[in-house]
Design a protein around this ligand. Structure first.
Ligand code: FNR
Length: 199
């Protein structure tokens, strides 16, 4: 079973995206070992602190490093990603050459009460992930629109319906995606170890 770090782009206590993240954890517990990595405590990224990073930065980086994959669940703010999420991405990406995101398989889920499901933030985040060398799952895309409190029952579970159907398919596809990449890399490394070098 693969360990998945979930990064939620909203600090709001009643965040719909956090609820979606928790629902994904519950729905995929037979396939994935998910844990939410908090980002609200991270200081603003400052290159001057790279040599002696604050404890919160070190802890955050360690948690992401320990994961086999990363799932982002984020709202869209003004057609882009929330600043707090961009900060977490920047914090994890440096010092240069020592990014914790490098090669981590990922997926992006954006949830909004609006109709277009955070499409803008979803793709802005994809743009960062391309540069960060994260293989991001392409399908199914997860622009979760018209999400509201009513999408969840009193236990925080997604109510039956098209939203739950999509979230289940995203969780299943992501488990397969992480497995493909993690096992594929392992096989390639084993293969390389057994292949005699040509002189
Ligand atoms: C929003 N919201 C929003 N929604 C959207 O679909 N597209 C957008 O561009 C924006 N912009 C935006 C900016 C700011 C500053 C706020 C606070 C909100 C609405 C947003 O989707 C809604 O508040 C969600 O409930 C936020 O996600 P969480 O906190 O519930 O996870």
């Amino acid at each position: 079973m693969h360990r998945i770090a979930i990064v939620v782009g909203s600090l709001r206590e009643g965040s719909l995206n956090r609820k979606v993240a928790k629902a994904i954890c519950a729905l995929s517990s037979d396939m994935l070992d998910c844990f939410i990595v908090e980002i609200g405590q991270l200081p603003h990224y400052n290159q001057d602190h790279e040599k002696e990073p604050p404890a919160a930065v070190q802890e955050f980086r360690k948690l992401i490093q320990s994961a086999d994959g990363v799932l982002f669940c984020t709202p869209e703010y003004n057609r882009g990603i929330p600043g707090v999420l961009k900060n977490a991405i920047d914090v994890g990406s440096r010092p240069y050459g020592n990014s914790v995101w490098d090669k981590k398989p990922g997926a992006i889920v954006t949830a909004s009460p609006g109709g277009i499901g955070g499409f803008g933030s979803n793709h802005q985040l994809r743009q960062c992930c391309v540069f960060l060398n994260m293989p991001i799952m392409q399908q199914p895309e997860a622009y979760l629109g018209q999400v509201s409190e009513d999408s969840f029952d009193e236990n925080g579970e997604l109510r039956d319906g098209p939203l739950k159907t999509l979230v289940v398919s995203v969780a299943k596809a992501f488990a397969d995606w992480v497995d493909l990449i993690v096992r594929g890399r392992k096989l390639i490394a084993e293969d390389a170890a057994h292949t005699p070098r040509s002189s």
